[in-house]
Ligand binder design. Structure first.
Ligand code: AQP
Length: 346
């Protein structure tokens, strides 16, 4: 397989209620990849409109996700931060991939099934085509590594399938245009760490989610210290004390979730958390968790509020990032057009 320069790409939808799951499963990990890789982090606003978004709210939410990226520590000068709709290559490449991917592949996507629910006839065509747009987001930059939460695993498998099929279908043309054996890399998903699937604080069997009607199910990145404390104190648990070994968390999803959150916030393993807190009652452990959560999240929330007070600055960051992203995207799209056989100006 051809060698590709290592590049990290990932995105977050501006669909409101950014929560601890988005932070631990994605944004915090984006930050940690900056020292070792070139990174492109995208606010995927075109994905957001696959379900209805109020236009005024959408603009605010795009800025809020950008503020979260910056407040968490992403450096938009060293890396690229932008919103998807400013780079038309995402939509163009998605169309090519709509023609490469098969109906059967898209029909198997569990996220579509869950989000469309029973009223599938009424779901947008965009919701069905979502995974091909996601493949385009990643492959437009020929990204090799994608840090995401567990829920995106199936979409990343489809991205790999799309890349593989494009490379196979067009292999002769790819070689003819001087790109060797493969034009797109087979992207590696990075789904690591203790918090790849943060669960609802009300139900250890449900993913923490932006759209859960109960605000007590999640910790929002904009929550203040009192709200964080209240939500953790009210989090569902069971009557047993914490076990001393991770084995003991197996049939206890709520306990498992709180230990994973503590571990991810502190950058330690669940084993290390249990070595310290094994045998504790939840009341004591929750007090320790409140301290950790507030000390780690309050500065992010504060910085987000400061950044949100200056939307012109956020917009300038996004325009600058989009300009740089467009440079890479245009090169990829010119090559894709040549490979597919489209005629273009030279
Ligand atoms: N609960 C979670 N635990 C760990 N990671 C999570 N992610 C989302 N939820 C969790 C990761 O966050 C990144 C951005 O997600 P997104 O905004 O693109 O999409 P999402 O998965 O739709 O977010 P929600 O909160 O789950 O929204 P709804 O309520 O609409 O279903 C991704 O890397 C994702 O894996």
């Amino acid at each position: 397989m051809a060698q590709f320069k290592e590049l990290v790409f990932s995105g977050v939808q501006p669909t409101g209620n950014l929560h601890l799951g988005n932070y631990l499963g994605a944004i915090k990990r984006f930050v940690s990849m900056q020292d070792t890789h070139d990174c492109i982090y995208c606010v995927v606003d075109m994905h957001a409109i696959t379900v209805w978004q109020d236009p005024k709210e959408l603009a605010r939410q795009i800025r809020e996700v950008t503020a979260a990226f910056l407040a968490a520590g992403i450096d938009p000068k060293k890396h690229i931060v932008f919103n998807q709709s400013q780079v038309s290559g995402h939509a163009e490449l998605a169309w090519v991939f709509n023609c490469v991917a098969r109906m059967g592949w898209a029909s198997r996507m569990t996220q579509f099934k869950e989000k469309a629910g029973k009223d599938r006839e009424n779901a947008s065509v965009g919701l069905f085509a979502y995974p091909m747009l996601m493949a385009a987001d990643i492959l437009l930059y020929r990204a090799t590594h994608v840090p995401v939460g567990e829920d995106q695993k199936q979409h990343l498998e489809l991205t790999r399938d799309v890349a593989q099929k494009f490379n196979n279908d067009f292999s002769a043309s790819i070689a003819e245009h001087g790109f060797g054996e493969a034009f797109f890399p087979i992207t590696e998903p990075l789904i690591h760490g203790p918090a790849t699937r943060v669960m609802s604080l009300r139900d250890g069997a449900k993913k923490m989610s932006k759209s859960d009607p109960s605000d007590y199910s999640r910790i929002n990145l904009t929550d203040d210290a009192d709200t964080i404390a209240q939500k953790i104190r009210k989090a569902k648990t069971d009557p047993e004390p914490l076990p001393s070994e991770v084995e003991g968390l197996k049939a206890r999803p709520e306990a498992d979730n709180l230990v994973a959150i503590y571990a991810a916030l502190m950058d330690v393993t669940p084993e290390a958390v249990l070595a310290e807190h094994g045998g504790s009652q939840f009341s004591g452990f929750k007090t320790a968790l409140v301290d950790v959560a507030v000390s780690k999240l309050a500065p992010v929330a504060g910085e987000m509020r400061r950044l949100m007070a200056d939307p012109a600055h956020i917009d300038a960051v996004l325009v600058d990032g989009a300009d740089r992203a467009r440079g890479i995207a245009t090169e990829t799209m010119n090559a894709v057009k040549d490979i597919v056989g489209f005629v273009r100006a030279r």
